[in-house]
Design a protein. Sequence first.
Length: 367
Amino acid sequence: MLDVNKDYSSFIEGVKRFEAAMTGIPDRVPVVTQMHEYSMKELGIPAKKFYTTPGFLAGGTLAVQEKYGIDVPVLDYDVYNIEVEALGQEIIFSEHNMPDVDRTKPLIRDRDDLKKIRTPDFGSDGRFPNVVEMNRIFRKMIGGAEITIRFCAPFSFAASVRGLEQLLMDIYTDPDFVRSLFDRIIEEVLAPWVLYLKKKFPNVKNISGDDAAGSLPIVNPDIIRHWIIPYVLRLRELCGPEIYVPNWVGEKFLKNPEEMLDLKHQACPGFVEGQDPDVAELGPALYKEYAEKKNIPLVLGIGAAFMDLSSPQEVVEQVRQYIEVGGKGGRFALLFCNLSATTPPQNVKAAIDAVHRYGSYSDFRLK
């Protein structure tokens, strides 16, 4: 049974390592992971129970992150579902995977349905109270260290309630409808929700929007430029400078990958994040050079598919390569992206061991 009163304040050391890495040279490259699905499987908790019980999400992810020696405690969950589920979008719970929206039953089928996008009662509707409670538990268990608040970014929100293919068609055939949809998403749901969370956690410094649907080749740079970034910036204007969206991918599809990095920089000005398979194909040096040019920290993410399908030896080699290129001179962190329930435990252990082996700044290669 998980103990939601257990003290995980030892994570504060890892948080300090990460903070040092964002501004200079720490003792070692810090490790960040997204591993809610992996934690669920490791703990043997059925998906519906795991994702609907704040103590399981908060305590479970901390227990597994501590077991594997992760530096930065991350509270991750099915972020894309929270807001839309509370509005009435149907969600499918499976036995072994995180829940997802029912893409056969979009909430917004026509203009009349826009009225369904209304301000919820964050104290009682859907799993909004769960999100507040899991963040409260999580923060208490890590000794009051800083947490990152999460929300579903506007474009992915719209894709969930309208359907991605239909939303992309609407952009070209009925842009006024799309503007109305985004306006309501921002003004009725996301801005009030973020401001509500800021009142609950007044010291929060990082408020991160998840936006996988805003990636290439799902969309193109023009859609990002005209339909995604303006609404991220609008939400930032309404809610504060803590708002950022870091997780678009797909620069490998462009002749000039830096075009995508420039777009990402507008949505996430505090650091640049590259994820596999982009980094594996383009090479980590591209990202390091961009981070140095913009004078911002770099986060490189090793992909979930790679961690699932590779041998431990391949994992070690990729970790080594990313650290030796990305970590040189500091201002660098390594991310393991959305470890799935099927990730081999030996690969997770090999990855963390490799960070300890190759990520020390006492090693002349990183200075």
